[in-house]
Design a protein. Structure first.
Length: 454
């Protein structure tokens, strides 16, 4: 049994609307849930990024911040915490994760460059491709078996990575990355053994190894619970070992930083750090604030340490599992096992009558909103499907609907409501229609695309 290891101090009203109202609002949003106003959402599970509730200690730190443009004491608090966790020499703050990605890949990317990962997420892939480089995914083979229960389905496929490194010139591969946990692969964790082997392989080829670490604490918790030899280690000790195998990391601190904004680049590579600082000053801000208000650096310094608390992580992971179990009780097909931040509905099994090129995940997500005001996000061929030579959609291996749970925001009663809403949609799934794109941007189309029913 688990319960929330905190008391609720402030509450916010939740909008409750009618289906007729939601039908009108979804139509106005061109059937893109990103384009809905938050005031029209009852339960918002679009993302866990920056949507969590901050603690009283974080709010106290906000009031105690030093808003100096250069050399703020808030910056040095932030640096001390990040260095305590990661051990890296250079700590470069950014306003969020994709800013860190843009800076990193502006330096290391470019035409002809190839960047492998277990699975790149959407903004990472877009920032790589925007430079002219190519993003490659090498998830473990079991990642795509959505009904299989296994401990570390977020792992890198070491054999495929090795073949890739051997078959490409060293100068074309500026770095190897691992995303932990593996968001695009269902929020699944990466084992310490896999991180270590990936690091050893990259370094044997003289290639830097980086971790995309926005959910590093959740990943460390899974290592403690599932990997032999780590059961008696603290979350901080496990995190420190994870980072010890890397040459650097990038982080959207809006996840395991337990804050509403922020990110960073951290590295031991001196030349990379100096180039990153130049780009930071040009595009983000001075090196001691990086586009952030100093009060945000204060909240991150507290939040990053709070994320290491094992009682918090136990609650966090078990609340995600609770939603997964409630969906399973209602016969909803989901990706197993549940991960650290979200439950992923298997859209292929939920809606087999709709082919990938008609975006079954988006159809399901729209209907869940219409049914109960619950906002989710499609992670499938709308988000990741490429265009072929004849402009056709090339399907993504996964067709998922992600129900991302904000940190310290919703109770289990809210999640039971989500499960009931999803069950109602599932019971009349034969009436759901496929969708097509009416408008799309050249990058990250899912954020702004306009769709209609087929």
């Amino acid at each position: 049994m688990f319960f929330e290891p905190f008391k609720i101090k402030v509450v916010e009203p939740i909008p409750v609307t009618t289906r007729e109202y939601r039908e009108q609002k979804l139509k106005e949003a061109h059937y893109n849930l990103f384009l809905l106003r938050s005031e029209d959402i009852t339960i918002d599970l679009l993302t866990d990024s920056g949507t969590g509730a901050m603690s009283s200690k974080q709010w106290s730190a906000v009031m105690d911040s030093d808003e100096a443009y250069a050399g703020s004491r808030s910056y040095y608090k932030f640096v001390d915490v990040v260095r305590t966790i990661t051990g890296f020499k250079h700590i470069i703050p950014t306003h969020q994760g994709r800013a860190a990605e843009r800076i990193l890949f502006s330096i290391l990317g470019g035409k002809g460059k190839k960047i492998p990962s277990n699975t790149h997420f959407d903004t990472t892939r877009a920032n790589i491709e925007y430079t002219g480089a190519e993003a490659y995914d090498f998830p473990t083979a079991i990642a795509f078996q959505t009904e299989l229960v296994a401990d570390f389905k977020g792992n890198m496929d070491i054999d495929k990575l090795e073949d890739f490194l051997k078959s490409n010139p060293r100068e074309n591969i500026p770095l190897v990355m691992i995303t932990a946990t593996n968001n695009s692969g269902g929020g699944q964790p990466v084992s310490m053994e896999n991180i270590r082997k990936t690091s050893e392989l990259a370094r044997s080829h003289g290639i830097p190894f980086f971790i995309d670490c926005c959910r590093f604490a959740e990943n460390a918790y899974f290592i403690k619970k599932r990997e032999e030899g780590y059961e008696d280690k603290t979350i901080l000790e496990i995190a420190r070992e994870m980072f010890s195998y890397a040459d650097g990391c990038i982080m959207s601190a809006k996840k395991d930083g337990l804050s509403n904004t922020g990110g960073f680049i951290a590295t031991n590579l001196d030349d990379l750090a100096e180039k990153a600082k130049v780009l930071l000053i040009v595009t983000e801000g001075f090196i001691t604030y990086g586009g952030l208000a100093r009060r945000d650096l204060e909240s991150l310094a507290v939040g990053l340490m709070e994320a290491l608390d094992e009682k918090y992580l136990e609650y966090r992971v078990n609340q995600v599992k609770f939603l997964g179990d409630e969906l399973l009780k209602r016969d909803i097909p989901i990706l197993l096992p549940t991960g650290g931040h979200a439950v992923y509905i298997d859209a292929k099994r939920f809606l087999p009558s709709v082919p990938p090129e008609q975006f079954p995940g988006q159809s399901i997500a729209c209907e869940i909103y219409l049914e109960g005001g619950v906002r989710a996000v499609e992670i499938g061929s709308l988000m990741f499907g490429k265009r072929g030579q004849n402009n056709e959609i090339i399907a993504n291996p996964f067709e998922l609907v992600r129900l991302a749970i904000p940190r310290r925001v919703y109770t289990n009663n809210h999640l039971e409501y989500v499960a009931d809403v999803t069950r109602n949609v599932y019971e009349r799934r034969e009436h759901l229609k496929g969708m097509r794109i009416v408008y799309e941007a050249p990058y990250l189309r899912h954020f702004t695309a306009h769709l209609e029913y087929v």
